[in-house]
Structures are given as C-alpha cells and as structure tokens.
Design a protein around this ligand. Structure first.
Ligand code: CP
Ligand code: NVA
Length: 311
C-alpha cells in the first residue's frame, strides 16, 4: 500500500500530474463515471479559513464519487482548543479514508500528514494552494490543447499561496512561469529554488519581474489573485499602492501582444487586482476555472485512492 499526500504541487511528478489532468478531463465528460469512494467511504473536509469554491466542490465531488463528505469548521473542533494536530490526525485516520484541510502555516498540514495513516489533501495553506492550480492547468489545457512551452504570468503578491503553487505546478507541467510582483513581494526563496529544480527536469523556466509590462510581454496566460490573502489583513504592509501597476486591466491585457487568457482563483476584488471589463470580457476563463475545481479534485481523489490500493 502506497500512502500519498497532496500538500504541494510538486508532490506529483510531471507524469503523475498529467495522469490526474487526464482523469479530470474524463470526469468532466462523465460526472458519475467513477465511484472510488463507494461504500461509502468518509472524507473529513476541514476549514480553518473561509471558503466558497473549495468547500462546495469538495463536498459535491466526494458525494459524486460515492463517498460521504464530513465538512467541519476546524475552529469548532478540539483542534481549536489545543488538541495537537498529530493526535487529531491519529483519530481522524480511524474514522475516515481521506482528510482535506484548509489551514494557516504549511507546517501544520505537514504535521497532519506526518501522523495520518490516510491521504491528506491541502485545500489551501498560507504557502500553497495546489488544488486550485490543478484546476487552472485543466482550464489552460482545455483552451490551448497543451501546457508545455506556454508562458504563464502571475501578477500580484508573488509571496502568496497562488504565486507559489503556480510556480511549482506550472513548471511541473512544462510551462514557463513569470512572477510579476512589486519589490518586497517576491516568492519565498525555498519555493523559488524548488521551482527552479523542477523546471530543470521539465525544460521550463522561472523568473521574477518587477515591471508589469515586461512581465506580461508575450504571455499566453495571465493570472492574478487578491493583494491581501486570508490572514494578512493586519500584517502592517501597504497592500494597495505597490500593487496598482499590476492590476489586470484592458491596457495590461493588450500589452501581452497575444491572444492570452485570464485566470483568477476567485474571490475577485473587482476594481483592484482585476477590472470588470477583463473579468467579464472575452479573455476571461474564470468560470470554467471555478468549475474545474470540481473535476480536478475528483480526479486527484481518484488517483490517490488508486495509489493507495497499489501492492
Ligand atoms: N479559489 C478558492 O479557493 O476559493 P474559496 O476560498 O471560495 O474556496
Ligand atoms: N491567496 C488567497 C487565495 C484565496 C482562494 C488567500 O489565501 O486568501
């Protein structure tokens, strides 16, 4: 039995990521096509931060796979009253077949995975949002028919979970990933180094660019996200002024010089990181992207169950 977790994007090799994306495409065409959680198997889906898409798509997706989702507000668990993460992991592993967790520091989900005897899926930490990036990759593949060799530019907070996951997940898919971010908001060095290492295996490139127009030049895909992630509301940093040049508006979109598409994991702050004209315009793929959370996560769960049943 091979216990696998999905905590960060490079937990999947390039071949494994492609296999998950193939299953995601298959499940999109055949919503009840596979029921690996039939029985039903229970899945704990725990949130310590707000959520709309992740909560709904996991709950519905697990049900479609034949399983029983148990969605819990982590702040009401004993975890919120100092029961350790490891003890929680040991107990949950006796009840459910998989744990999905949205939490704060990434070290917390590593501790959960370290003590769990069932697969653990990262539903967003401060450092990574890998399920979102699987859905992003599915969306890009649908639009372009491929991923390898495309250029993806992320604009905004280069140190947040989306920037980090796009770096790791993007280069795993063979995409050239540019982070367009103001000085002081570049990716964490250890994440950037991990992305460079994976990029060397797949022939992709990574770079950080502080000029927004240079960052988007020739890009096939533009991605943005909130300038203030959950938990950063009172971190004392100016999270508006330095980001203004990185807003995705019609002028910046035109500056790509290509027929690029635009992604945003949502929720969007219209008029801040993206304008109404762009998010509601022809380049926007955000609604397909949101839908693909459902298919990509079902594919990931299916793949993890298959891995777990290997001899
Ligand atoms: N994109 C995303 O994870 O959305 P939610 O915070 O609504 O789950
Ligand atoms: N970077 C954002 C993503 C929300 C889905 C946050 O962490 O709040």
């Amino acid at each position: 039995m091979t216990l696998r977790h999905f905590l960060r994007d490079d937990d999947l090799s390039p071949d494994e990521q492609l296999a998950v994306l193939d299953v995601a495409a298959e499940l999109k065409n055949s919503p009840q096509g596979r029921t690996p959680l039939a029985g039903p198997k229970g899945v704990a889906v725990i949130f310590e931060k707000n959520s709309t898409r992740t909560r709904l798509s996991f709950e519905v997706g697990i049900a479609q796979l034949g399983g029983h989702p148990v969605v819990v507000d982590g702040r009401t668990m004993q975890l919120g009253r100092e029961e350790t993460i490891e003890d929680t992991a040991r107990v949950l592993s006796r009840y459910v077949d998989m744990v999905v967790w949205r939490t704060f520091a990434h070290a917390r989900i590593e501790a959960m995975a370290g003590a769990a005897t069932v697969p653990v899926i990262n539903a967003l930490t401060d450092e990574f949002h890998p399920c979102q990036v699987l859905a992003d990759l599915q969306t890009i593949r649908e639009r372009f028919g491929r991923l390898t060799g495309l250029t993806l530019t992320y604009l905004g907070d280069g140190a947040n979970n989306m920037a980090h996951s796009l770096l790791l997940g993007g280069v795993t898919a063979g995409m050239n990933v540019r982070i367009g971010a103001p000085a002081g908001f570049q990716p964490l060095p250890w994440v950037y180094d991990a992305a460079k290492q994976r990029a060397a295996e797949t022939g992709a490139t990574v770079e950080v660019v502080h000029d927004a127009r240079a960052a988007v030049d020739g890009a096939d895909v533009l991605v943005t996200d909130t300038w203030t992630s959950m938990g950063q509301e009172n971190d004392g940093k100016d999270r508006v002024g330095p980001f203004r040049p990185f807003q995705i508006n019609e002028a910046l979109l035109a500056a790509t010089g290509t027929d690029s598409i635009v992604l945003h994991c949502l929720p969007a702050h219209r008029g801040w990181e993206i304008t109404d004209e762009v998010i509601d315009g022809p380049a926007s793929a955000v609604w397909d992207e949101a839908e693909n959370r459902l298919h990509a996560q079902k594919a990931l769960i299916t793949w993890l169950i298959q891995e777990g049943s290997r001899g």
